[in-house]
Design a binder for this molecule. Structure first.
Ligand code: GLP
Length: 258
């Protein structure tokens, strides 16, 4: 498989990078709407995305951006977890985006953190089938974890991986505990869309912010394509845009603000 150079944009600050990411999503929505076909999105959660969704909500309110015919598939969810748990990605997506825009509830799907252990494999297969039925994904929005994960595809995830149950890396659990309210513990498992599913998307945007992401961003973009850093698999995709703030770009060889 040949490698490609992602299009890397270094923005002056986090807000500009989040705004640029929101504009890319909005562009997909507008193009698809003009063609009268649903936009099929892959969506991420995490601190990085809060400002992206905030900007999309602003565009909905002020610029009339519509989510009416969107089909969206979130990348991941902790397991087991209820949809109202303060750590749940279901709850985050409702609070940050879906409660504020005109999307159809039927069009918005996420891996289900309440599924019983015995039903996990069937649930994951069904999630893939739902994507395949309307896919491929037109656009996937990605963050990156400090282990190099995209979605929750931790180190060791294969290029051919699909939606499945994974055990989280100890570093991920520690990082995500920052966002946990006192008294709640980050689950050590999650359901995640696979690398193969992500790479089948027509276009991908990865957003990374802050000095704590700088080293892993450099390994993902400039290091070898390897399962140790699953974000490095993005080098195999022909249409990847990377949006960074200056701090996240600081270890890149090509890290001058563009
Ligand atoms: C989380 C999510 C990823 C997210 C990444 C970065 O654990 N599973 O989808 O992109 O890690 O999170 P943050 O934006 O909070 O740094």
């Amino acid at each position: 498989m040949s490698t490609h150079r992602p299009s890397v944009h270094v923005l002056p600050d986090a807000r500009s990078a989040q705004r640029a990411a929101a504009q890319r999503v909005a562009e997909v929505l507008r193009v698809k709407q003009a063609c009268r076909v649903p936009a099929v999105l892959g969506l991420a959660t995490g601190a990085t995305m809060v400002g992206v969704y905030g900007e999309l909500v602003r565009m909905h309110r002020e610029d009339g951006l519509s989510f009416a015919h969107v089909r969206s598939f979130n990348l991941d969810e902790y397991w087991p977890i209820g949809p109202d748990d303060p750590l749940s990605y279901h709850r985050a997506m409702r609070e940050q985006l879906w409660d504020h825009v005109d999307a159809d509830a039927d069009g918005v799907l996420m891996p289900d953190g309440t599924v019983e252990a015995a039903d996990v494999a069937a649930h994951c297969r069904a999630y893939e089938e739902r994507i395949r039925a309307v896919g491929p994904l037109d656009h996937v929005l990605l963050g990156i974890g400090r282990t190099g994960h995209i979605g929750f595809n931790e180190p060791g995830s294969s290029l051919s991986s699909r939606t499945r149950l994974v055990r989280l890396d100890a570093r991920t659990i520690a990082d995500n505990a920052r966002l946990a309210p006192p008294g709640s513990e980050v689950p050590d498992h999650a359901l995640t869309m696979g690398v193969a599913t992500i790479l089948e998307a027509r276009a991908i945007t990865l957003v990374a912010l802050g000095a704590h992401k700088a080293e892993i961003v450099a390994r993902a973009l400039e290091g070898p394509v390897h399962a140790d850093v699953t974000a490095s698999y993005l080098q195999l995709h022909a249409d990847v845009t990377v949006l960074l703030d200056r701090e996240a770009a600081s270890v890149l060889r090509q890290g001058e603000p563009g």
